[in-house]
Write a protein that binds this ligand. Structure first.
Ligand code: SF4
Length: 421
């Protein structure tokens, strides 16, 4: 049964008390981080303690904007994608999730391969270059009916079916990017043959969130050690990899800093982290966390800026524009350089209450902030041009046909950013 009792996640536990810095102290810490190209743990925790104060936050945002300028110039990227929720069955029960359904729910759905083909055909007509395959985690472990559904197709795991679906997309001419929850090294090795990149939000390194009453209590796949291991294995396999931090699910400042540092350490070791999503939790009705207060806009912008300072000027820092539509200018001032995937066709199935902005509006608002919107594939130029060994040759070949010398998507017809949206 789904847990339906409302959770009361208010003041996170284990928050060490730090005094917020003065504005002058914050400016000094920020200036050093910008010059060093990274913010270390102790100064990060000190700055985090001051994020609630406007003067300190302004200093952090200004430093993050300067760091972004040094690493990314005035460019902000977006991917024109189609979202394919291959199955919304999932063995986990995250307390904030409305995506996952039980098999007897009328809204439970697993796409047929014919539906994948039809969706991809529509996406290609709309000029999309990315098929985002996003699905629940190992539903075959929890549901007999799903095991039977797979067995009827000669399959024993959802990942085997996913590989077939990605083949359908790739063969039609779109580049898959998959986020299927926890995958083994063997499964990732198979998926790299038809995926441009893979992803898994780390969400948080806090094991506390798996305690009773916390957001990940019913979620074996949200064990941070398991998620870190998958990040590590993706690095060992040299797969361009998307990670991210979820804000406001009960973690504290120390744990947020630790999460960002863990992602940075992984990239230091393997050079495979292509982007880091900083995503705020959205409370949804019918979930145990429906009454948990969302993080304020000011703190969301502050943590985006902290991500930029910790991760450094070259990392791609992404914030989904549909989750904070009134905050785009602020996010741009906080060092964001990517809006993620924005679909002209499909909703954000994870946050269906939050519509995507039209690409032309995103372009207008990005330019109004003095930035330039460019279109990317589900991989960035850094990996595509600079690390060819990170790709299956046929995947890179398909990707290279779609980009110019700079690695951004080349549009010869009517599908420039902001068109046909
Ligand atoms: S957030 Fe992901 S892992 Fe958690 S219940 Fe939803 S689909 Fe499953």
């Amino acid at each position: 049964m789904l847990p339906t009792r409302a959770l009361r996640l208010t003041v996170p536990m284990s928050q060490p008390s730090r005094h917020p810095p003065t504005r002058r102290e914050a400016e000094a810490l920020v200036a050093r981080a910008v010059d060093d190209g990274r913010l270390e743990r102790a100064p990060a925790e000190t700055l985090a303690a001051g994020l609630g104060e406007a003067t300190v936050r302004d200093a952090i945002l200004a430093g993050a904007a300067e760091s972004k300028r040094r690493g990314k110039g005035d460019l902000v990227s977006v991917s024109r994608n189609v979202f394919i929720p291959l199955t919304n069955l999932c063995r986990d029960r995250c307390s904030y999730c409305t995506f996952a359904k039980q098999p007897d729910d009328p809204a439970a759905k697993t796409y047929t391969l014919a539906e994948v083909e039809e969706t991809v055909a529509g996406a290609l007509r709309a000029g999309c270059t990315e098929a985002l395959f996003c699905l629940g985690d190992k539903p075959e472990v929890a549901y007999k009916s799903h095991r039977e559904w797979l067995a009827a197709r000669g399959l024993s795991t959802t990942t085997e079916y996913l590989i077939q679906a990605c083949d359908v997309g790739f063969d039609a001419g779109i580049l898959p990017h998959t986020n299927a929850g926890i995958l083994s090294a063997d499964e990732m090795e198979k998926l790299r043959k038809n995926n441009a990149s893979l992803g898994l939000m780390l969400e948080s390194t806090s094991p506390r969130l798996r305690d009773k009453g916390e957001a990940h209590y019913y979620c074996p796949d949200k064990d941070p050690a398991v998620r870190l291991r998958m990040h590590e294995e993706a690095g060992e396999l040299a797969i361009p990899f998307t990670s991210g931090m979820l804000l406001g699910i009960g973690e504290n400042d120390t744990e947020r800093v630790d999460t960002l540092l863990a992602i940075r350490d992984l990239d230091d070791r393997h050079g495979h982290i292509q982007e880091v999503i900083v995503q705020p939790f959205h409370p949804k009705g019918d979930t145990p966390m429906r009454n948990v207060e969302a993080m304020s806009d000011a703190l969301i912008a502050g943590w985006v800026a902290m991500a930029r300072l910790v991760l450094g000027p070259r990392m791609n820092v992404q914030a989904p524009p549909n989750l904070t539509p009134d905050l785009l200018d602020w996010l741009l001032r906080a060092g964001v350089n990517d809006w993620g995937g924005v679909s002209p066709l499909t909703v954000d199935f994870i946050n269906p209450e939050a519509p995507w902005p039209a690409l032309r509006d995103l372009k207008r608002r990005t330019e109004a902030a003095g930035q330039k919107l460019v279109e990317r594939l589900p991989v960035y130029p850094e990996h595509l041009l600079g690390k060819p060994g990170f790709f299956e040759p046929r995947v890179r070949e398909m990707a290279m046909k779609q980009v110019g010398e700079d690695g951004w998507v080349r549009r010869d017809g009517s599908h420039g950013v902001g068109e046909a949206a």
